[in-house]
Design a protein around this ligand. Sequence first.
Ligand code: PLP
Length: 451
Amino acid sequence: PDHAARFREQTPESRSFHDYAASVTPLGVESNVRSFDPYPFYTERAEGSYIYDVDGNEYLDFLLALGPIILGHNHPDVVEAVQEMAETLDVTATPSPISIQFMEKVVEMTPSIETVRMANSGTEATMHALRVARSYTGKEKIAKPEGGYAGAHDYALQSVYADEEALGPADEPNTVPYGTGIPEAVRDTVVPFPFNDKEATEKILRKHADDMAAVIIEPVMFSCGCLKPRDGYHEFLRELTEELGIVLIWDEVMTGFRLGPQSAQGRLDIMPDMTTFAKAAGGGYQVAGFGGKEEIMAEIIPPGKNEGEKWNTSAFHGGTYNGHPIAAAAGLATLEVLDSGGVYEHIDRLGDRLFTGLQEAADDVGIPVNVQHIGSMGQVYMTDHDIHRYRDTWHANEDQFADWWLEAAADGVLFGNPMQGERFFTTLTHTEEEIDDAIEVAEDAFRAVNH
Ligand code: PLP
């Protein structure tokens, strides 16, 4: 059966818009992951739990911009903060109270962040954090879990996604650049290791310890769906990196301010040396940052600044739009709502209801599915294989997932985007009724693709 048929029927405007868009920009999209078969729909408006496309279709949104929309679209406090700032202060390249207030709030809420700097995207945050860690340790290599995504810069685009042949042995994987255009010299600075495999991780980190500046890792690996840490993996990694003098960077771009007011580090009670965040911290605006121990962040400060020493004696951090007043105002308004109580209780309860309901629906249909989730975030894997390492996700059926997603989208529900390696979310404006309706749509879609 053609699982895209109903989607195509309902989206004629998007289809012709896509032809036009593709003449303007490669693939007709602004970011590669927005492109899918048969073509993406184009979004015109968002409100609360819903987004609306150019054909006037309404979608119950669990994609939620891949993470930022934690209070629902266009939360009134965020809109008000943005409108007020838009009339007051644009960008000046001078520091402003609003971004300092935002950063103070980040420090107040995040247990391991003593001091922080702002950036405009998760990509920038991880890029700067890695430079600071290299500067602090005087070492060059970084380690990351295979399958992990830590942003779109060359140092992070290694072993993000590759097949078995390229990645090689599971206990000592090869470094595989994600796509073309990445210098080989950069590849040689990145060492991948298998998440949730303590023995292999230890062997690899010990082998490279003398050259290893940092480990950058997501507390829960949402960049390959939803891989939860097992058997004290993070406790082990915390101890090992401390022993080996390696900076432990938790990439909380996805989990930060999403898994709780104290982010994943509060929820799992583990203190990294540095943290990156973005997405939920901005409630829909371009907020990101990196922070950590004061001693490490001091690498940004030239040691003899007061004696006129220049920037080239320290780790450089800059950016015209860092701490943009509108983004900072949106971020502060978001964090204030998040910190005022009730939000996490709501999104986690609905997350439990949604992801448990999806597993039950699949089981009722009799289709092999493994749903993984923590709190308000999770993913549906089209396999009944155990999922706790990146290579387990290879058992999941990508095409069946895309078909299931399209069937649900045609019924007005967006379970993330049509890629097995993504994940989806609940948000403050979702209701129990919406969750139950979505589970019914999902069940019909499971039935439609169960062949
Ligand atoms: N790190 C993680 C864990 C992410 O999931 C992402 C984006 O999805 C990034 C970094 C990069 O963030 P951005 O897309 O804002 O550049």
